[in-house]
Design a protein around this ligand. Structure first.
Ligand code: NAD
Ligand code: TYD
Length: 354
């Protein structure tokens, strides 16, 4: 059955937030390519994210761990992958503060295991192959009030999450320099959009506004993040995967910086509108709570290389992206109820007290 497809791509972590958008894009846009989604289905992985494409001919789901070298070897043998889009990771900074070793295991050891299997399988015929590593701008550390992260900014990770991602980026580049494995790394700013797990700021606050619960803002809400709609991110990955140069790094971001307090006020304003609540109702839920340990002040991406070399720019204005995101959560109450039942309650109580 595999032989009817011209190409074969492994996506790891395809049941997560960004991975599911990436998988959907590739499965629909490239019907002649077999897309194999390998995901461990941790708390963050959810096959409901892929319901609309799960029956497509060119799509295969495999439940498994990127740390399992034997499984990876079997999958490379079975599907003869031409490319890897590596999304699987532990991705939440707060969880990395509570359980750093889980991040070392998946993000560092898992990535190194995957690299090693790809290198061995592709040995002697690297031509036309690509190992694409999806990474974050958080590896660059924190900015002050001014300046931007470029591809030349020295790494300076400060949380166990960003340290584990930085380490995995270094391993990916080491495999390029040492073994000649064709690799690309992209470092993207904060994403938002449908299927975002409600442990992260925007979906957590959307869920809490729906349920009239406090909106926990760390510190004074002065920290700045550079927000990109997830579909713009996966369009950039598609472009870089097909047109980017092996050995290169690309920063992805859309010049859309917001202080946390301002973005949550804007979210409250739009949600009051959509829920037919009086203006100012949701803002009253804002509650300042204890700051995150080692909380990076500001992230901001300079995407000049990507826009000048490959012609990428974001398709969506922020106000429209946020409106689409809110509408999606309001229309997908069942998805939200599923992901916030069970273990989520325990996590939430541990983090926020109630
Ligand atoms: P996510 O937490 O929503 O999804 C991660 C996925 O990986 C889940 O489906 C999970 O089940 C799977 N996974 C975890 N450990 C695994 C393992 N050992 N083996 C196989 N699968 C495993 O994460 P996300 O927000 O979609 O992020 C995806 C990637 O993009 C990550 O590498 C992250 O560092 C990077 N990134 C995220 C953002 C963002 O704003 N969310 C921004 C830039 C880069
Ligand atoms: P988050 O969505 O966790 O992404 P990251 O830490 O990777 O940037 O957090 C975005 C910002 O929002 C960050 O500055 C921390 C802050 N934040 C809160 O103020 N309250 C919250 O409950 C959460 C989860 C985050």
């Amino acid at each position: 059955m595999e032989s009817t497809h011209h190409k074969s791509i492994l996506i790891t972590g395809g049941a997560g937030f960004i991975g599911s958008h990436l998988t959907r894009l590739f499965v629909i846009k490239y019907p002649d390519t077999r897309i194999v989604n390998l995901d461990k289905l941790t708390y963050a992985g959810n096959l409901e994210n892929l319901k609309d494409i799960e029956k497509k001919d060119n799509y295969t789901f495999i439940k498994g761990d990127i740390c399992d070298g034997d499984l990876l070897n079997k999958l490379f043998e079975q599907y003869a992958f031409d490319g890897v889009l590596h999304c699987a990771a532990e991705s939440h900074v707060d969880r990395s503060i509570t359980d750093p070793l889980a991040f070392v295991k998946t993000n560092v050891l898992g990535t190194a295991t995957l690299l090693n299997v790809a290198k061995e399988y592709w040995k002697g015929h690297f031509e036309g192959k690509l190992f694409y590593h999806i990474s974050t701008d958080e590896v660059y550390g924190t900015l002050g009030e001014t300046g931007f992260f470029t591809e030349e900014t020295p790494y300076d990770p400060r949380s166990p999450y960003s340290a584990s991602k930085a380490s995995s980026d270094h391993f990916v580049r080491a495999y390029y320099h040492t073994y000649g494995l064709p690799v690309i790394v992209s470092n993207c700013s904060n994403n938002y959009g449908p299927y975002h797990f409600p442990e992260k700021l925007i979906p957590l606050c959307i869920n809490n506004i729906i349920h009239n619960k406090p909106l926990p803002i760390y510190g004074k809400g002065e920290n700045v993040r550079d927000w990109l709609f997830v579909e713009d991110h996966v369009r950039a990955i598609d472009l870089i995967f097909h047109k980017g140069k092996a050995g290169e790094t690309y920063n992805i971001g859309g010049h859309n910086e917001w202080k946390n307090i301002d973005i949550i006020r804007e979210l409250c304003r739009q949600m009051d509108n959509k829920l037919g609540r009086a203006a100012g109702t949701s803002e009253k839920l804002i509650t300042f709570v204890k700051d995150r340990a080692g909380h990076d002040l500001r992230y901001a991406i300079d995407p000049t290389k990507l826009s000048e070399e490959l012609g990428w720019k974001p398709a969506l204005q922020f106000e429209e992206g946020l409106a689409r995101t809110i509408d999606w959560y309001l229309e997908n109450g069942e998805w939200l109820n599923h992901v916030t039942s069970g273990n989520y309650q325990k996590y939430y109580e541990g983090m926020y007290g109630s």
